[in-house]
Design a binder for this molecule. Structure first.
Ligand code: FES
Ligand code: FES
Length: 168
């Protein structure tokens, strides 16, 4: 079975026809040519495919494209404003938060959404005080970014970048 879908991707409305079993990741990459989100595991384990769906981070390999007809998707390629990088992107550059870069688009999207989640007071598994404002210390950042793996092991610099973007 096939379905016509329309998705706004990085500010541009895109239309395509997908098999209803197609993941959002495959629709983006294979049908629409949007290659910022990467396919690492295709099983929800690595975070390389992370995109922002209506501003919230999702693993695009774990959700079906047909479920998101009319959605607004932002990838790491769409967070800059003109030539001005997003502050999280700047922080990754400043702190050398990558090596091969394969995980980076997912790390960027995840970090952007994570900072907003923390600012909104969402607790994580390591949050002690569930009512106080969230302080993004290293443990909080590690926990909140734990869904994004880096096969190059650039975690020290990723942590520094996110800490910098968080202002901590
Ligand atoms: Fe989606 Fe790994 S490709 S989590
Ligand atoms: Fe290579 Fe993270 S920079 S996988």
């Amino acid at each position: 079975m096939h379905a016509d879908i329309e998705i706004e991707v990085d500010g541009e409305v895109r239309s395509t026809t997908v098999d209803t079993r197609t993941t959002l990741l495959d629709a983006l990459r294979d049908r629409l040519g949007v290659t910022a989100p990467k396919k690492g595991c295709d099983h929800g384990q690595c975070g390389a495919c992370t995109v922002l769906l209506h501003g919230r981070r999702v693993l695009s390999c774990l959700t079906l494209a047909v479920a998101h007809d009319g959605a607004v998707v932002t990838t790491a390629a769409g967070v800059a404003v003109g030539d001005a990088l997003h502050p999280v992107q700047e922080a990754f550059v400043d702190h050398d938060g990558f090596q091969c870069g394969f995980c980076t688009p997912g790390q960027i999207c995840s970090a952007i959404a994570m900072l907003e989640e923390a600012a909104a007071g969402h607790p994580s598994h390591v949050t002690d005080d569930l009512v106080a404002p969230v302080t993004l210390d290293d443990d909080e950042i590690r926990e909140r970014m734990s869904g994004n793996l880096c096969r190059c092991g650039a975690y020290v610099n990723i942590l520094a970048a996110v800490r910098s973007a968080a202002g901590t």
